[in-house]
Design a protein around this ligand. Structure first.
Ligand SMILES: [Zn+2]
Ligand SMILES: [Zn+2]
Length: 172
């Protein structure tokens, strides 16, 4: 979704789009698939050569658990405040931006690329090491099987802390 800056009227412009062209690999290696097209609803406003975009986004992604490698779905949703600006501020135009409150994105060719901005936003919103659940036990260090939903019966190589306590009692 690209919007020509000159097409944004003085009163602003509401846009809503689904990015059907984005692939899982565009967002991050931890993304196994996309359950639907990432979606956003934004309000665009012009301030001289600046374009401010505010709104909401949502995406449903399939992630791969970094411990047990199982796939699970997760919804990414949030609000954005983007400030698109040309690489060079036109002469005579003073840009005053609370830059730490807005994400500044450069645009070229007279149009803002909302789909690309959304992809970047989603990449940042993704967990670096996804977990299917906070206490995922991961894979068995002995046989490599998923430990979730029933033990495989292997004896752990390392001493379980609970047994360590018992061992201490026996020493006495
Ligand atoms: Zn897991
Ligand atoms: Zn095992």
């Amino acid at each position: 979704m690209r919007v020509r800056v000159e097409d944004i009227p003085p009163e602003g412009l509401e846009v809503e789009f689904g990015d059907a062209r984005v692939g899982a690999e565009d967002l991050g290696t931890q993304v196994a698939g996309l359950a639907n097209a990432p979606w956003a609803r934004l309000r665009l406003e012009r301030r001289g050569s600046l374009v401010l975009a505010r709104g909401d986004y949502q995406a449903r992604v399939d992630l791969e658990c970094s411990r047990c490698l199982a796939r699970f779905g997760q919804t990414l949703a949030g609000t954005v405040e983007w400030a698109f600006r040309p690489p060079e501020t036109p002469r005579g135009e003073e840009v005053r931006l609370a830059e730490d409150e807005l994400d500044v994105i450069f645009y070229q060719g007279g149009e803002v690329d909302l789909a690309q901005a959304l992809r970047d936003e989603l990449s940042l919103a993704l967990p670096m090491a996804p977990l299917c659940r906070p206490d995922c036990p991961g894979l068995c260090p002995v046989c490599g099987k998923e430990q979730q939903g029933g033990a495989c019966g292997c004896r752990p190589k390392e001493t379980d802390p609970r047994w360590a306590k018992l061992a201490k009692l026996e020493e006495r």
